[in-house]
Design a protein around this ligand. Structure first.
Ligand code: SAH
Length: 347
């Protein structure tokens, strides 16, 4: 029987309503099921307590809920939680809950491994194994939401697509998941609280600007000098900085929202005045802010965090030109949950 049971979460609300009607049962039960699946993130038909036992067992005759399972939870000394999530085919992705005094931010994965090849990132070393489907992205968020409610008595306040993978290389599935997360019939979260972080795929930035202008955009820049950027992010030789710049300008024209540049300062790579000036020039093309990220070591000697004086020089120069800049301290480093460290090390 198992082989023919279909994943119920692939069904629209209309299809669920018709399913009941075909079995001589009033259609409104389809709405109830839809609510259980997407508003309450049910993973078992028995949780659907406003349905009769007979209706629940009818559902389980025809359907399964192919949900992702929590395989392991690690807790950092700073309160950050890292989940290893086991997918229905046994593959594992990681997602992270980052609490502050007032917020709970979910950092979620979009691919198993990554399509791109940033040389400083642990996930890139896994290569891309596959795209996540919309439910697998939704499940990560639903699990982190539950954990935030349990631990802090509040739901998620923000979601960032800064986990494993490149979200814009899995655009349709990421967007389908976000639709469920933001829909009033789903988790009802505001689109403004969702940040899509990309290594910079110009065509897809433009597409997102056209289709989903309410999200926040973060671009992992790391250098505004072509040669340097290509050397640490080899895929970017296909996407020159001029087309990235043009895509970001297009994004701004549609959204009127500042873009955030994520930027790590590395010793002997981008810790020079020339790099700082190039970044300042790049930032002036479009309203933007810069998020300087601490480097999280991944066991490769060619990368090391720059000296504090170099980071200070970046801060000073950007501020002098009225470009907002923040220095982001890493969270969850002790459990390899920080940016760029997600690589299923624990398994
Ligand atoms: N692929 C997307 C999202 C995942 S990476 C992107 O590139 O934006 C999330 C952020 O972590 C990116 O800014 C990425 O450049 C950064 N990052 C990757 N490896 C890192 C490391 N070892 N230390 C610090 N930041 C890293």
């Amino acid at each position: 029987m198992n082989a023919v049971r279909k994943d119920i979460r692939r069904r629209t609300k209309e299809e669920l309503r018709s399913f009941f009607v075909e079995h001589g049962i009033p259609a409104f039960h389809g709405n109830q099921v839809y609510e259980w699946l997407w508003q309450k993130a049910a993973i078992d038909f028995d949780q659907m307590t406003n349905l009769s036992k007979a209706h629940r067992s009818l559902l389980s005759e025809y359907f399964v809920i192919n949900h992702a399972d929590l395989d392991q939870v690690q807790k950092s000394s700073d309160g950050t939680l890292k989940n290893a999530v086991r997918l229905h085919d046994g593959k594992i992705v990681e997602s992270v809950l980052i609490p502050t005094d007032t917020r709970s931010t979910a950092c979620v994965s979009s691919q198993v491994g990554c399509s791109l090849d940033c040389t400083f990132c642990a996930t890139a070393q896994l290569k891309r194994m596959r795209n996540l489907n919309p439910d697998e992205i939704f499940d990560q968020v639903a699990t982190l939401n539950r954990q935030s409610l349990e631990a802090y008595d509040r739901p998620l306040s923000n979601i960032v697509f800064m986990g494993m993978g490149e979200p814009l290389m899995n655009y349709p599935n990421v967007m389908k998941a976000i639709e469920k997360i933001t829909s009033p019939e789903g988790m009802g979260m505001s689109a403004k609280r969702i940040t899509v972080s990309t290594s910079g795929v110009p065509k897809m930035i433009k597409k997102m600007a056209d289709e989903y202008p309410r999200f926040k955009l973060a671009v992992s820049l790391h250098s505004a000098i072509e040669e340097t950027r290509n050397s640490i992010m080899p895929f970017s030789d296909k996407f020159p900085l001029t087309s990235l710049k043009e895509a970001i300008q297009y994004w701004f024209s549609k959204t009127k929202e500042r873009v955030t540049y994520e930027y790590v300062v590395w010793k002997d790579i981008n810790d020079t005045q020339e790099e700082i000036q190039a970044l300042v020039r790049f930032c002036k093309h479009t309203p933007s802010k810069v998020n300087l990220i601490e480097y999280n070591p991944i066991g490769d000697d060619s990368f090391a965090q720059a000296d504090a004086t170099a980071v200070d020089a970046y801060m000073r120069e950007l501020s002098k030109h009225h470009i907002p800049v923040t220095l982001r301290r890493s969270r969850g480093k002790d459990i390899d949950a920080a940016c760029g460290q997600l690589a299923n090390k624990s398994i």
